[in-house]
Design a binder for this molecule. Structure first.
Ligand SMILES: Nc1ncnc2c1ncn2[C@@H]1O[C@H](COP(=O)(O)OP(=O)(O)OP(=O)(O)O)[C@@H](O)[C@H]1O
Length: 236
């Protein structure tokens, strides 16, 4: 269970998150949607302890976030744009993470096989294509079998086959009971992956509920139309 209460965050005089209250039950998969700059990544980063909120509390699996990062062992995070030690090979990076955690990545080889990354992991990270860098990020996020996944625009830059494989993987993680948060601007993709959405506009949660209810409320057949309508505040 993830519980967020009265979360506030400003960067200078830019109030990015405003009184965010959110309760995400264990095993729920949620799409976080909203316009560019609405605070989606900032919200994820506060849950990871990478951005310090100005006020409010976050509780993840009964741990109140207070600067101790041990709870993060159970979270797999795939950032929008991963920054790596560029001269390292991916395989060295995976070894490094295993040594740091003193834990073998139980899904490491399976993920490398699924993403067909065998030859790529033997190259320095700086020479990898954008899509292959994404796949390395996916391996890092999931290799330790965490119970929570934060995926920030995970399929951006993936070719159709890789994107399909990745979505299959996410569906498997869901079936395994993981709690999954995905930000994406591809609404059709979210329809395939999640039942619930959080819609953020100007740092406030405007909607949290099922996609089905959102479509009904907005008299739309697809998430894209419903979200576009909510962004505009007018019926399309
Ligand atoms: N470290 C920072 N310092 C200053 N401003 C920041 C910082 N991080 C984020 N912001 C600002 O906070 C706002 C929200 O950014 P955020 O990345 O959370 O948006 P987003 O909803 O994820 O956007 P996108 O859909 O474009 O990825 C933006 O205006 C951004 O410029």
């Amino acid at each position: 269970m993830i519980t967020i209460q009265q979360l506030q965050k400003s960067f200078g005089d830019h109030h990015v998150l405003r009184n965010i209250d959110l309760e995400i039950p264990t095993g729920q998969s949620i799409g976080i949607v909203g316009p560019n700059g609405s605070g989606k990544t900032t919200l994820i980063k506060t849950m990871l302890g990478l951005v310090k909120p100005d006020s409010g509390t976050i509780t993840i699996n009964n741990t109140v976030l207070n600067g101790n990062h041990i709870y993060r062992r159970d979270i797999g995070y795939m950032p929008q744009q991963a920054r790596y030690p560029e001269n390292m090979y991916a395989t060295e990076l995976f070894d490094f993470m295993e040594n740091l955690r003193d834990q073998p990545g139980e899904f490491r080889n399976q993920l490398i096989e699924e993403f067909n990354l065998y030859s790529e992991v033997e190259k320095p990270l700086r020479v990898l294509s954008g899509g292959n860098r994404q796949k390395v990020g996916a391996v890092l996020a999931m290799m330790f079998n965490p119970s929570i996944l934060f995926l920030d625009e995970p399929t951006a830059g993936l070719d159709p086959r890789s994107s399909y494989i990745f979505k299959e993987r996410i569906r498997n993680e869901k079936r395994a009971g993981k709690t999954i948060l995905i930000t994406s601007h591809i609404m059709s993709e979210l329809e395939q992956l999640v039942e619930h959405v959080v819609f953020i506009l100007e740092g406030k949660i405007q909607y949290y509920g099922t996609i089905g209810d959102l479509l009904k409320d907005n008299r739309q057949d697809h998430l894209e139309g419903a979200i576009a309508q909510m962004m505009e505040g007018v019926e399309l």
